[in-house]
Design a protein around this ligand. Structure first.
Ligand code: KIV
Length: 281
């Protein structure tokens, strides 16, 4: 029997019941099918795809068209998981109108069920307008990679009192603005736990300790597929990178030695057809 799709109300219920929410990034149909079948609650089509799928050095040059293209592929695969599209840099920074129009594209063209955007007080007007358009919004505080140039690198956020207070206040402002949850990235575990206790909406942590209402990881990190960057918070559950490398080396070797393909991988032809072919030369 098909399971119901995980939704905004599932997020709320999960927090109430103390059932941790599971989220992973996904960027393509095949991977999203596997994650959905494994029972993941939510698939985030993160702008991290700029690095993991498109080979950019950061997330800043990802476009709306690229995000919609990948979101659509993931949405085609997800039967149970809630699909969340990540608003890329400059898709919600210039105006409220831009923000609502681009959020709408994730729903209409990307077939996502919700969007995520980065930031607190500086994007509150956009968050409110998107929520008013009946589009569920997931917030994102702490280390927000689109602000890498302002933050001066990928660093843990909220370590001193002012920074910690600012993240706490931003979380409350986002909650008041109507977000259904907040991702907390790279903040001290104690701060994330305190924010989680304070909020009525769930938090989803990444590098934010074990006190959040859920966890998210980048799928390439979990599977050991993206080795250029390995932050401390990443746990690699499988070394698919090495498995892929070995499989490809085996393939190269077998093609070169004619060990592949064998008869098992080939199609037979009736001998009389071949005879006719030869005699008709
Ligand atoms: O883009 C992304 O993948 C993200 C997650 C790491 C939270 O924002």
């Amino acid at each position: 029997m098909a399971q119901d799709r995980f939704s905004v109300s599932s997020f709320r219920d999960a927090k109430k019941k103390g059932r941790p929410i599971t989220m992973l990034t996904a960027y393509d149909y095949t991977t999203a099918r596997l994650l959905d079948a494994a029972g993941i609650d939510s698939l985030l089509v993160g702008d991290s795809l700029g690095m993991t799928m498109l080979g950019y050095p950061d997330t800043l040059r990802v476009t709306m068209d690229e995000m919609i293209h990948h979101t659509r592929a993931v949405a085609r695969a997800a039967e149970h998981a809630m699909v969340i599209g990540d608003m890329p840099f400059m898709s919600y920074h210039v105006s409220v109108e831009d923000a609502v129009r681009n959020a709408g594209r994730f729903i209409q063209q990307g077939r996502a069920q919700a969007i995520k955007l980065e930031g607190g007080r500086q994007v509150i007007d956009k968050v409110k307008a998107i929520c008013r358009a009946q589009i569920p919004v997931l917030g994102h505080l702490g280390l927000t990679p689109q602000s890498v140039n302002v933050m001066g690198g990928f660093k843990v956020q909220g370590k001193d009192i002012e920074a910690a207070r600012q993240i706490m206040d931003d979380a409350l402002m986002l909650q008041d603005a109507g977000v259904f949850g907040i991702i907390l990235e790279c903040v001290p575990a104690a701060l994330a736990a305190r924010i989680t206790e304070t909020l009525e909406i769930p938090t989803v942590g990444i590098g934010a300790g074990n006190g959040c209402d859920g966890q998210v990881l980048v799928i390439q990190d979990l599977l050991g597929l993206y080795k250029q960057l390995r932050p401390k918070f990443v746990k690699t559950y499988a070394d698919l990178g090495s498995a892929v490398e070995k499989a490809v080396k085996d393939y190269i070797e077998q093609v070169r030695t004619r060990a592949f393909p064998t008869e098992k991988h080939s199609f037979a032809m009736a001998p009389e057809v071949m005879e006719k072919l030869l005699s008709s030369k």
